[in-house]
Design a protein. Structure first.
Length: 137
């Protein structure tokens, strides 16, 4: 929670220095999102964070450096290579990039849940489907 607030403070300072052009504060959201991070499992659970979920993303492994790279729009930003707004984190371990309207995460998260249920009932289809798809690209 402390680290999340300190990153907010640093981004506000960078904004005042005109080194970043946009800052989304997570202040006031740290406690609930940090607690969520205690119960969710990176690499197992999928996440569709809201753009104020900095503490959750920190708990799931997004580093402070990655937060600041996104803030300045650096090409080394792992989420988007500097092509998205800051606070739209994505990771290979199951964190999907945030949608600006918070309710827009409902459709992709529902699709992910339905696909998980579908493939859990058909364990042999998943590898075959995946191989076939990768051969076409």
């Amino acid at each position: 929670m402390y680290l999340s607030r300190r990153l907010d403070d640093r981004e506000i300072q960078l904004k005042r220095q005109n080194k970043i052009y946009f800052q989304i504060s997570s202040a006031g959201h740290e406690a609930i999102t940090a607690v969520m991070g205690l119960f969710l499992r990176p690499g197992v659970d999928w996440f569709y964070p809201y753009y104020r979920d900095r503490a959750l993303c920190l708990m799931l492994g997004v580093t402070p450096l990655e937060n600041l790279l996104a803030a300045v729009g650096a090409k080394d930003d792992l989420s988007s290579g500097g092509r998205q707004m800051p606070s739209h984190w994505a990771t290979r371990s199951g964190t999907s990039s945030a949608n600006p309207p918070a309710r827009d995460a409902v459709r992709p998260s529902r699709g992910r849940a339905e696909a998980t249920l579908y493939y859990e009932g058909r364990p042999r289809r998943w590898p075959r489907q995946r191989r076939r798809r990768s051969g076409n690209t």
